[in-house]
Structures are given as C-alpha cells and as structure tokens.
Design a protein around this ligand. Structure first.
Ligand SMILES: NC(=O)c1ccc[n+]([C@@H]2O[C@H](COP(=O)([O-])OP(=O)(O)OC[C@H]3O[C@@H](n4cnc5c(N)ncnc54)[C@H](OP(=O)(O)O)[C@@H]3O)[C@@H](O)[C@H]2O)c1
Length: 226
C-alpha cells in the first residue's frame, strides 16, 4: 500500500507515520507538509509545500497512492472562524479534490474530532466547520472515504504535541492515562491506535464511514495481524 500523509509533523501525524513505517504492508509513504518530518526511513519521502490551497505545482507527485491519511489540522482555540475554516475545511477540500481526480483507487481518511457536527449548522464554531468539512469530503468520488473522530489522544513513543495548549493538558493528565483508558475507553485513544486504525481501515474498510473514538480503538489491530 502506498500512503500519502498530510500533517506528518503533528502529534497525531507523527503517530500515524510511525505505524506506517512499521507496517510491512505499507510500501512507501509520501509526507506532504510545510516542514519535513524529522524521522528518516527508506520508505519515507518528504515533500515540502507552501500553498496548501493550491496543489497545481505538485499534482503529479500526488498520483499513484492507495490511501491518504489527512492529519493536518489545528486547535480552534483563539482562532477566528475564517482562519479556522481555511485550515480545517478549505485546505483538506483543496487537497482532496486533487487527490480524488488523480487516484481512482484511493481511500481517503480525514482526521476530525469527537463532537464534530454533522448537521453543519450547530452553534459551536469548530464543530460546525469540521462537520461541514466531513460532509464535503465524504461526498467526493474516492473509492472510499472515512472520517475519524478521536476524543482525547494520548501521545505514545515519545511523541509530543506541537500545540502548547495540548502539551500542557497532556503533562497534567499523564498520570491519569491508565485510569482514563480503563474507565473511559470511549473517550481515550492513542497515537498508536489512530495510526493502526487508519492502516486497517484503508486496507479492509470499516462498517461505518464515520468512526467515533470507540470505533477507532475497536479496529486498531496490532501490526502484523491485519
Ligand atoms: N491531539 C488531540 O488529542 C486531538 C483529538 C481530537 C482531534 N484532534 C484533531 O486532530 C488534528 C491534528 O491534531 P494534532 O494534535 O496532531 O495537531 P498538531 O500537533 O498541532 O499538528 C498539526 C499538523 O498540521 C500541520 N498544519 C497546521 N496548520 C497548517 C497549515 N496552515 N498549513 C500546513 N500545515 C499545517 C502542522 O504542520 P507544521 O508541523 O508545519 O506546523 C502539523 O503537521 C487537529 O485537527 C485536531 O483538532 C486532535
């Protein structure tokens, strides 16, 4: 499987990249970002790009992939709706339109978040924008498209969030992870589980197109077993 990964330098993207590089069934990974990942690997190529609303200069590089894991995103904290919409709606849609036109067999997986509003009309800005992005992406002519809605994502294997707010939350919450995972499994997942689940869903599909946190954990089988 050839994988295109957006957001590979982010907290979740780093986790997804790690699982892709470990999975023997993933032949190559192209990481597209405004900065390259720090990880080096024989299967990995980095493509640094500046304008995430325009892919015309790199469209040929974005051809020949079986799966796209779209992990580029931001926290809405302190952002205007227009700025948040540009990153969380316009950027994924611009990329996905190019990919759908050039990769007939592609499975596209969009990283959203728990609470995204499928009606696209709710009062909560981030949820409304993410819900609108989800709906638009699911309507594109991919072979298959899925939305992942994790809740709290625990960083594993030394991965750290780039978002200061999240880093602080993880530092405070770290001692409680084992308790949360035991008693609140519907609301906690890990970077490893999200990465594994993306690979499994790209390979085998899923019973539902929108995977909530519990669905992600349920499909996240270990490497070598999928
Ligand atoms: N962390 C969680 O617990 C959690 C839970 C549920 C949902 N989510 C959602 O998952 C997504 C990713 O979260 P994360 O924690 O991995 O975020 P993160 O650590 O802040 O990483 C964000 C990634 O997106 C890229 N990016 C952000 N803005 C960009 C822009 N304008 N142009 C190009 N690239 C841009 C970053 O690239 P650079 O490295 O170049 O900055 C980085 O690769 C977000 O939408 C978040 O809301 C996160």
């Amino acid at each position: 499987m050839n994988v295109l990964l957006f957001g590979a330098t982010g907290m979740i993207g780093q986790g997804v990249l790690r699982e892709c590089l470990l999975d023997p069934g993933v032949a190559r990974v192209l990481a597209v970002g405004r900065t390259p990942p720090t990880t080096g690997h024989a299967k990995l190529r980095a493509l640094v790009h500046e304008d995430f609303l325009d892919y015309s200069a790199i469209a040929d590089d974005l051809t020949g992939f079986d799966a796209c894991f779209f992990c580029l995103g931001v926290s809405s904290a302190g952002m205007s709706e227009a700025d948040y919409r540009r990153v969380s709606h316009d950027i994924p849609l611009a990329a996905a339109r190019v990919l759908a036109a050039r990769n007939a067999g592609m499975t596209f997986i969009f990283l959203s978040g728990m609470g995204a509003d499928s009606t696209g009309h709710g009062r909560l800005m981030w949820a409304r924008v993410k819900g609108q992005a989800e709906n638009a992406l699911l309507a594109l002519p991919f072979r298959a498209a899925y939305v992942f809605r994790p809740a709290f994502v625990q960083p594993m294997h030394g991965i750290r969030s780039k978002t200061r707010l999240y880093r602080a939350a993880y530092a405070i919450g770290a001692p409680l992870y084992p308790l949360w995972r035991r008693f609140l499994p519907k609301y906690v997942t890990t970077t490893e589980q999200v990465g594994r689940a993306m690979i499994v869903v790209a390979r085998h599909g899923a019973p539902t197109r929108v995977l909530e946190n519990a669905d992600i954990n349920a499909v996240a089988t270990p490497a070598g077993s999928s």
